[in-house]
Design a protein around this ligand. Structure first.
Ligand code: FE2
Length: 272
């Protein structure tokens, strides 16, 4: 066991902190694990630089934030460690450029998405993370109250032709979630939905639901609440999925490689 004195340096006024003094390839003691759990709830995005991890070490490190869970587009999973998903355009997994939070079609969606930068293009290809706790606070009271009473019904995207039948059967069962969820560690509310996994909002047609969610994203996600992560090889970025949305940037030279290893870890069932 390694006892570490972790140091946190904020990366942006609204969210994000760089963690120094932690080697994720070594086992972490209970106080360090606890401190990281609290730091994630507080800062919503954590960055560890200069890590060097095997797939097995990476899974152990990720489990600090929760039990690693299966990812539903299983054709992109690493053959030797299927709990690690490969984000790699040459493997058919394009960067997702729309704002979203991961795997809302699960009853207990991920507490966190963890990304490890294995191959990084020379320019572009960053990941942006938005603080949806701050987004909620910035809404006027009438809209906060409205959102407090709404839920979404979530399923796997229907317009993806590459979904395997076994994944559709396992992960395509509709699940209802509140549009505002209370963070289980931090206790604060945050706006929570996935535009293309939500088939509709309670009491609204699919078209009206989509229009409202698109409008919310356009109004809520302003530069003041966004941390943009410019990748360096060896970075580990931990994103709190309970109070953020994220997106990738496809603005890199596709003749270069961008390979991120993704792990998602199971969280609680969202509740208002
Ligand atoms: Fe994602």
């Amino acid at each position: 066991m390694v006892t570490t004195a972790l140091r946190l340096t904020p990366l942006h006024p609204a969210l994000g902190a760089e963690v120094a003094g932690v080697d994720l390839s070594a086992p972490l003691d209970a106080p360090t694990r606890e401190a990281l759990t609290r730091a994630l709830a507080e800062h919503l995005a954590l960055v560890f630089r200069g890590q060097s991890l095997t797939p097995a070490q990476y899974l152990v490190a990720a489990s600090v934030f929760g039990p690693p869970m299966a990812q539903h587009y299983s054709q992109h999973n690493m053959p030797e460690e299927p709990l690690i998903g490969l984000i790699w355009h040459r493997n058919g997994q394009q960067p997702v450029e729309m704002w979203h939070t991961d795997h809302t079609n699960r009853e207990r969606p991920p507490a966190a998405t963890i990304l490890y930068g294995v191959e990084i293009p020379s320019a572009g290809g960053g990941t942006s993370v938005a603080n949806m706790r701050a987004a909620y606070q910035a809404l006027d009271e009438a809209e906060r109250r409205r959102l407090d009473g709404l839920t979404t019904f979530n399923s796997l995207e229907r317009d993806r032709s590459d979904t395997r039948a076994e994944d559709q059967a396992k992960y395509g069962v509709p699940v209802e979630h509140p549009m505002v969820r209370t963070h289980p560690v931090h206790g604060s509310p945050a706006v929570y939905f996935h535009v293309t996994k939500a088939t509709h909002i309670s009491g609204m047609t699919p078209d009206a639901s989509r229009a409202y969610m698109d409008d919310l994203i356009a109004r809520m996600i302003r530069p003041e609440i966004v941390y943009h992560h410019a990748w360096r090889k060896g970075d580990v970025l931990v994103i709190d999925d309970r109070a953020t949305m994220h997106r990738a940037h496809g603005d890199y030279d596709r003749s270069q490689s961008r390979v991120l290893w993704r792990v998602i870890v199971e969280g609680d069932r969202p509740r208002r």
